[in-house]
Design a protein around this ligand. Structure first.
Ligand code: SF4
Ligand code: FES
Length: 251
């Protein structure tokens, strides 16, 4: 397959970026999107040009590193997958593909398609943990957790922190990510002791990082590779309201 690639090139956070056009031939329809970029980079290296920087790690839809905008859509045109799970057979031979980094103030561009998502780590640090000592591994059924609750916590825990929700949101809101991280702990018995502190502290951290507010547009849910539900945002808002009324998060 042959493609015209229009890729955002930017040396670092300070420099001004621009689109650069490339032509790439000989792409296997069965190659992944990142393998297609590998092929391009091999060509650029052989031609003495600087390869395109992009993030990746697992290449299996697990680590959340490979996020990029493909033709204006976070992770590309197919629902519920990451960029590394996208195959070139999704596109038509001869297509032009526009590739950009996530665009959000809280995710500054590091180089080309790589952005700094450490703001997510700081949100997690603010409360995405359980500090109560739970001792060594207990017998599996010692703490009764109804199946429905365990499933809900598991659904929230599938968030891989890719940042597509932020990139797709016109407000660059991190509410879906934060809500998923809050919900997976706040749903379980072990998370109750710090439930309201967690909600308040993580939303405060989110605001500090410069993410925008949520106005229920739903673009985040539409692009999320793990299909995290907007329902978790409703749960977060409830815990945030109760927490604020209780004066939580004052530690
Ligand atoms: S909520 Fe979805 S889109 Fe947002 S960081 Fe988690 S997995 Fe990625
Ligand atoms: S490289 Fe890990 S999710 Fe894509």
């Amino acid at each position: 397959m042959k493609f015209k690639l229009r890729i955002w090139r930017q040396k670092n956070a300070q420099s001004q970026g621009r689109f650069v056009d490339y032509e790439l031939d000989g792409v296997s329809p069965d190659s992944s999107f990142l393998e297609m970029l590998d092929l391009l980079n091999q060509k650029l290296i052989l031609e003495g040009e600087e390869p395109v920087a992009f993030d990746h790690d697992c290449r299996e839809g697990i680590c959340g590193m490979c996020g990029m905008m493909i033709n204006g859509v976070a992770h590309g045109p197919k629902a519920a997958i990451t960029t590394c799970q996208l195959h070139m057979r999704t596109f038509k031979d001869g297509d032009t593909i526009v590739i950009e980094p996530w665009r959000a103030r809280a995710f500054p561009v590091v180089k080309d398609l790589v952005v700094d998502r450490s703001a997510f780590d700081r949100i997690i640090q603010a409360g995405g943990y359980i500090s109560v000592s739970t001792g060594s591994a207990p017998e599996a059924n010692a703490i009764p957790v109804p199946k429905k609750t365990a499933d809900m916590a598991m659904d929230a825990a599938t968030c891989i922190g890719c940042g597509a929700c932020v990139a797709a949101c016109p407000n660059s809101s991190a509410m879906l990510f934060t809500a998923a991280k809050v919900a997976h702990l706040n749903s379980l018995p072990q998370g109750q002791a710090e439930r309201y502190d967690r909600a308040v502290l993580m939303v405060e951290a989110m605001d500090r990082e410069g993410f925008g507010g949520c106005t229920n547009i739903g673009e985040c849910e539409a692009v999320c590779p793990k299909e995290i539900s907007l329902d978790f945002i409703a749960m977060l808002n409830r815990d945030l309201l109760i927490g604020t009324l209780k004066g939580a998060g004052q530690r």
